[in-house]
Design a protein around this ligand. Structure first.
Ligand SMILES: NCCCC(=O)O
Length: 384
């Protein structure tokens, strides 16, 4: 590695995606000295930099809405706070709905969002077509829209947090894989890495799709499953009109503007769990079908590039955030199931407060990883 590993740390964060760097920054900004962050690869290279970059507050779960609203505030002021442009665009997020049950669900969600200050609203199909002129409206019943949502560049967010954390004294060590956790009498005593041992009394797991293994090192069950998701970016689209981040909720086909073209994605119900990072064509027929129906104007557009990343899926598609019981000082923030990037800023604040024994700004106790054993799953319904 060609660098000296710190022998001791007050806290070791495992995972250098948006969660890890945001946590490291918030701890360092709160005056915690000797914070160390480990990632087996470059910062953000696990899942964050593979994300679509959507930032939205349209969720069904109150806590997710609060985490997202708080994060949107940080994204809005990111350049002033961190000296890093993140290419934030806020054309709004548009959910296209073609089933009565989905319309009823979104009506309920919008009421909760409005209660928490989110300017979302149900809109007509005609208004949806004005906000996203490339869509075909056949079969649509209604849509939900929030003008304060949008998208930005995940790698820029990672860079901004990482630079700020380093300036405050945190040691960020990309390319240094954690390989184990040492415990003595039920307490964390060290993190083992491929470069040596770091004594510490606190481990924070922000390892995304790789979290189950990290938890197992400390005897903590983190039910996170890796699931491949793919994204394509089109060639430039001539005369591309202003376009909301558009999601065809029934099929999960989505797109948003990316430079002169569009970024496209969709879930593949046939995908199977695993650490698969290669691109596969198996999802293309289904994507083509959804596109032909909902955005036929794009069928002739060429594809410039694409990639595969990993969702970190939990059984109820909601995050795991908390302090593990039974092990002294093992904290975790993982399992965001496809909506982690947009919550990174707020989750950093929450984990900082859990570390310091303070009350976080929102009550994340329902995100405890033991909820499944207690039959207390809390499904997030607005998932893509
Ligand atoms: N998860 C990426 C697709 C967009 C979204 O969920 O907001």
């Amino acid at each position: 590695m060609g660098r000296e590993l710190p022998r001791r740390a007050s806290a070791v964060v495992i995972g250098g995606g948006v969660m890890g760097v945001s946590i490291a920054y918030e701890l360092a900004a709160a005056g915690v000295r000797d914070v160390v962050l480990l990632d087996k690869g470059p910062l953000g290279s696990g899942s964050t930099c593979k994300a679509a970059g959507g930032v939205r507050a349209q969720f069904s779960d109150r806590v997710n809405i609060e985490l997202a609203v708080r994060s949107l505030e940080t994204f809005e002021h990111f350049a002033e706070r961190f000296g890093q442009e993140i290419d934030l665009h806020r054309p709004g997020y548009l959910f296209l709905l073609d089933a009565p049950e989905a319309v009823a669900e979104f009506e309920r969600n919008v009421a909760v969002q409005n209660d928490l200050g989110v300017p979302s609203r149900m809109i007509s199909v005609r208004e949806a077509a004005e906000l996203s002129p490339l869509i075909a409206t056949d079969g649509l019943l209604a849509a939900a829209f929030s003008p304060s949502d949008g998208h930005c560049t995940p790698e820029s967010v990672v860079l901004g947090y990482a630079g700020a954390a380093r300036r405050l004294g945190a040691r960020l060590l990309p390319g240094c894989a954690a390989t184990g956790i040492e415990l003595a009498d039920g307490a964390v005593t060290a993190v083992l890495t491929e470069g040596g041992r770091i004594e510490t009394g606190t481990v924070i797991c922000a390892a995304g799709a790789w979290s189950r293994e990290v938890g197992a090192w400390a005897g903590v069950d983190l039910p996170v499953t890796p699931l491949r998701r793919q994204i394509l970016v089109t060639e430039p689209v001539p005369d591309l009109p202003p376009t909301a981040f558009t999601i065809d909720f029934g099929t999960t086909f989505y797109f948003h503007r990316e430079g002169p073209g569009l970024l496209l994605g969709m879930s593949d119900p046939d995908e199977t769990p695993g650490f698969k990072l290669d691109r596969s064509d198996a999802w293309l027929p289904r994507l083509g079908e959804a596109m032909a129906r909902r955005a036929p104007a794009l069928m002739e557009t060429g594809i410039a590039t694409g990639w595969a990343g990993l969702y970190e899926v939990t059984p109820d598609h909601n995050a795991l955030i908390g302090v593990a019981p039974g092990v002294e000082r093992f904290l975790y923030a993982t399992g965001f199931s496809g909506h982690g990037f947009l919550m990174g800023p707020a989750v950093g604040e929450v984990v900082r407060d859990l570390y310091l024994g303070r009350e976080p700004f929102t009550d994340v106790s329902g995100f405890d990883a033991r909820r499944f054993a207690r039959s207390a799953a809390r499904p997030e319904l607005n998932i893509v």
